[in-house]
Ligand binder design. Structure first.
Ligand code: ZN
Length: 132
């Protein structure tokens, strides 16, 4: 069974720390050793793992993504949100984290971030926990 939870973004582009929500899914699954698969079912959002100790890191990543992929250009997609589609493809829709002793085996400074590129919106995160 796939578990899901909601994320509510409040800005056009934004990284939201979802580590605790994912860990909660793992806890409820009761899996001690396994694999946690995180999937974003959207075309203008993504998921990444990076530093969550200093929020400046995700702000810097966003700043550069928004610079490399500008909001205005000669995009052809009529919906007008091509930059969001491009950023979503670059970052990617999924991550895998190992589970050890019932906990996500993340590094000390790592967190899981939902990446909003076309907000604000209500979004979904899918999580599959597998016992190994
Ligand atoms: Zn679009």
């Amino acid at each position: 069974m796939i578990e899901a939870f909601q994320v509510k973004s409040t800005a056009k582009t934004e990284f939201i720390d979802i580590t605790h929500s994912v860990q909660e899914v793992v806890r409820k699954a009761g899996v001690q050793e396994g694999i946690c698969y995180i999937f974003i079912p959207h075309t203008t959002a993504a998921v990444t793992i990076n530093e969550n100790a200093d929020p400046s890191v995700s702000q810097d990543i966003l700043m550069q993504l928004n610079k490399v992929i500008p909001f205005q250009d000669r995009y052809r997609h009529l919906e007008g949100n091509s930059p969001a589609h491009i950023k979503a493809s670059l970052i990617g829709p999924s991550e895998v984290v190992l589970i050890e002793s019932g906990r996500l085996a993340l590094g000390t400074w790592q967190g899981i971030f939902f990446c909003e590129f076309d907000g604000p919106r209500n979004r979904k995160v899918y999580v599959k926990v597998m016992k190994t």
